[in-house]
Design a protein around this ligand. Structure first.
Ligand code: ADP
Ligand code: MG
Length: 699
């Protein structure tokens, strides 16, 4: 259970004055929550900057266009003339050096009479401008009297907003949340804190939400950095706990005689690349150790991870045990089956697939063979998690395209056997820093070179306005017998709208190319999808209009053209993946990135990178630099929780220390029972990494 000290932070924001049910809806949008946001969500919603009201000049010295706070006497009111309510209401004010007109549009006279009584002294803050040689302030941000001035924050945080929520509302809510934040025990090492001059956690939150200086809210400043490090430490601790738990469960040695592997290798129409051989060596060594394997196989699109996974499976099968291969989509699962089945057969390995589509007799049969040990490899989607799926002796779980699965699911699959070894395949080249963040200190194997014979892909950036030229080029390719992908993106929030866009494009292209055009999208039933893919692979259709369902893994060597509409809306990693669907055969391939003009400078830079390089790792690094981590991992689509406070571009360098710190902490205090350990538990709860605490208790 969460420590009660933290409860106020997890109270719903609807408990704050001024946040009613109406606004609650808007706060959900602002804070990105599906359910009622909590105070902590508001407190982690950090300012992007400040308004600095500290300049207090005499009117004579006011620099037009700057924010100032001036002391003035109210001289007279000039309400909008009767019948001309659109004319402004003017309030004339002055100090002993100059005049200032306060201008209000559609203001209530009674309100202004109260706010700015004639003869009174007022402190007025806002941006002053010169109009016709007179200093004016249109709708001052703040008007206070002597008492009010004392309470006026002269440096005000500016928050990201959403339509319908004004800056003052959010500021007040954040301030109210701050007032309820408890003092928390210190979980960071004192020496480390003082070396960085970092404040305590409560002081850090105060510094960010009630800055005294504009610099206080800088992401690279001490307050934000401290919270970022907290978040990273929480993440690294959680990962280390998961890993320690997995390791504690022990592992089994799976030592095979190599017989099946050599039969597979003999059956391959190509020879393995050196990095494939290296990766297999590392995996086989892990499998033979008495500890559990947790290994990430990273390789760019088309680098040949599948055969490495199959050889890993073969190694445990030689030891008389079973393997599972889990893919994120049904198409991919079937693709794996197609690739693996002939090789498996050559090696006498019994393989089957289980998705939502295998039903009835067929399903029962698969499950029986699996439980009875008459199946060696089961390929599937998340259907493999279901309880009815029981292996006789699962030794290895291969998880493809890992980032789409959460830690929970990974563990769930691992529960299906005693001390299951885990091999995670990722086709998204993730920068090393992020590997650490999301996977903890997993062991990593990399496939750096592409299989032989791949030709470079000619990538071009084309405005949507020139779509007719693109269609003409596509026509030439089709006539020449080539295959073309045409990808329509997820544009709107709603799948229905996106589908309509893809269907429209399909209709448009069909008018031109008739029966050569196929369509595949996420709403199709599994069998329909496969049929559409199969027709394309067989060349019955040559132009395949697709939503992003083809994103990963699908292999049609004849595909030489990839058209991506609204390329500016994709993450670079995603574009890279899509482009990698071509360039697999012998023909020279082209990738056309259609964008909607005009492009902003960042969007332009991103597409330029695609044109410049095919190195997935470089693309991932650049994407990280330009957009932040969420998009690199495609987490916006898959909903994997990333960081809320830490920003890789500012805090990336803290990750390694956080990882080391986590390791040190757990080495000294594996049960988190020391006073610092107790405080660290609070940290885990604060950043909602508390599932790891359960593992701690379970021992
Ligand atoms: P990915 O790493 O993207 O999953 P795949 O495993 O699907 O890549 O392999 C992509 C293609 O490359 C497949 O058609 C596969 O048969 C082929 N391939 C794999 N390894 C080699 C190799 N060493 N030499 C030539 N082709 C290979
Ligand atoms: Mg693959």
């Amino acid at each position: 259970m969460r420590p009660s000290l933290l409860n106020p932070l997890f109270a719903p924001i609807t408990g704050l004055a001024g946040v009613g049910p109406q606004l609650e809806r808007l706060y959900r949008r602002l804070l990105g929550r599906d359910v009622v946001p909590r105070l902590i969500d508001l407190l982690f919603h950090l300012p992007t900057g400040t308004v600095d009201r500290r300049a207090r000049p005499k009117l004579r010295d006011v620099v037009p266009g700057t924010v100032v706070t001036v002391e003035v006497t109210i001289d007279r009111h000039r309400p909008s003339p009767p019948g001309r309510s659109r004319a402004p209401y003017l309030v004339y004010a002055s100090d002993d050096t100059n005049d200032l007109i306060l201008t209000y549009f559609s203001a209530q006279k009674s309100y202004l009479d109260r706010l700015l009584p004639v003869g009174a002294t007022r402190y007025v803050s806002g941006t002053a401008q010169l109009y016709d040689g007179t200093l004016q302030m249109v709708h001052p941000d703040r008007v206070v009297d002597e008492v009010g001035l004392k309470a006026l924050p002269l440096v005000e945080p500016i928050y990201p907003l959403t339509e319908g929520l004004g800056p003052n509302q959010v500021r007040k809510a954040a301030d109210a949340a701050l007032a309820k934040a408890p003092d928390l025990p210190e979980w960071q090492d004192a020496a480390w804190l003082s070396a960085h001059r970092w404040p305590g956690v409560a002081a850090a939150l105060r510094g960010l939400h009630r800055p005294a200086e504009p610099d206080d809210v800088r992401p690279d400043g001490p307050a934000w950095s401290r919270l970022a490090f907290d978040e990273m430490l929480a993440g690294q601790l959680a990962l280390a706990l998961v890993r320690a738990h997995a390791r504690r469960q022990g592992g089994q040695r799976n030592v095979g005689d190599g017989s099946r592997r050599s039969r597979i290798v003999d059956a391959l129409p190509y020879s393995l690349t050196p990095s494939q051989v290296g990766a297999i060596g590392e995996i086989v060594e892990d499998l033979g150790k008495p500890q559990r394997m947790l290994r990430l196989l990273q390789g760019d699109v088309g680098s040949g991870k599948t055969v490495v996974a199959l050889l890993a499976a073969a190694a445990v099968i030689e030891a008389g045990r079973q393997a599972a291969v889990m893919a994120p989509t049904e198409i991919l699962a079937r693709q794996h089956l197609k690739t693996m089945a002939p090789l498996a057969e050559a090696a006498g390995i019994r393989i089957a697939i289980l998705t939502g589509r295998e039903r009835g007799r067929e399903r029962t049969d698969i499950l029986e063979r699996l439980a009875g040990g008459d199946l060696d490899i089961l390929i599937g989607t998340h259907a493999l998690f279901q309880e009815e799926v029981m292996f006789k002796d699962l030794a290895l779980a291969v998880v493809d395209e890992q980032h789409r699965f959460g830690v929970h699911q990974r563990l769930a699959l691992a529960q299906k056997g005693a001390a299951v070894d885990i091999l995670v395949l990722t086709a998204t080249p993730i920068p090393r820093t992020l590997v650490l963040t999301f996977f903890g200190d997993m062991d990593i194997s990399e496939l750096r070179e592409k299989p032989a014979g791949r030709l470079p892909i000619d990538t071009r950036i084309v405005p949507l306005g020139r779509v007719q030229e693109v269609v003409a080029a596509v026509g030439r390719a089709i006539e020449g017998g080539e295959r073309v992908y045409w990808v329509c993106p997820l544009v709107e929030e709603s799948e229905a709208v996106d589908l309509a866009a893809a269907e429209q494009r399909f209709a448009f292209l069909k008018e031109r190319f008739g029966a050569f055009v196929g369509l595949v999208h996420g709403r199709l039933k599994g069998a329909e999808k496969d049929a559409a893919m199969a027709r394309f692979a067989a060349g019955e259709t040559r132009l395949l209009v697709a939503t992003t369902v083809i994103e990963v893994g699908v292999d049609v060597p004849e595909a030489t053209v990839m058209v991506i509409e609204h390329a500016e809306r994709f993450g670079l990693a995603q574009l890279h993946q899509l482009r990698g669907r071509t360039g697999r055969g012998h023909g020279r391939s082209t990738c056309l990135l259609l964008y909607k003009a005009p492009l902003g400078p960042t969007a332009k830079a991103r597409l330029e990178i695609m044109r410049e390089t095919e190195d997935g790792f470089r693309i991932a690094e650049e994407d990280l630099r330009l957009r932040g981590e969420g998009d690199v991992l495609g987490t916006r689509q898959s909903g994997m929780p990333g960081f809320r406070v830490a920003r890789p571009e500012f805090h990336g360098a803290l990750l390694e220390p956080a990882r080391k710190d986590a390791a040190l902490i757990l080495a000294r205090d594996p049960g988190l029972t020391s006073p610092r350990g107790e405080a660290l538990r609070q940290l885990l709860y604060l950043f909602e990494r508390d599932e790891a605490i359960r593992l701690l208790r379970a021992g």
